[in-house]
Design a protein around this ligand. Sequence first.
Ligand code: 5GP
Length: 127
Amino acid sequence: MPSTSHHAYDPSNIFARILRGEIPNKTVLETTHTLAFHDIHPQAPIHVLVIPKGPYVTFDHFAAEASAEELTDFHRTAASVCAMLGVAPGEGYRAITNAGAHGMQEVPHYHLHILGGKVMGRMLGHG
Ligand code: 5GP
């Protein structure tokens, strides 16, 4: 990654460990640049995380610095996951990504949450 990035990637984060095969995951789909797997603490009947394999911390980091190949692979994989999960076409889903302290991001490796299987409620909770 460019050394000029202000996004300092911590390779000890839990998703980096999953990508290195150090801890198991329930894989939905894996491609050259992308992994999709079930969230360990699902917050809806369907709760899948889509992550790039590259060392990106947040959505904006990935969007700004990933290669065109990585960007395309990630989004095509996310679309395939939506189809595999039956949410699109289907009853729909919510895609969320949290970044940094105000976003209350817990794992500092970019991930897209895909949630579905029920009506998800309004976009933002309170508290
Ligand atoms: P964040 O708050 O960073 O947007 O979301 C992190 C997500 O990662 C949470 O939904 C949490 O349940 C999930 N998670 C944390 N550790 C693990 C793990 O070891 N395996 C899996 N599959 N999900 C995890």
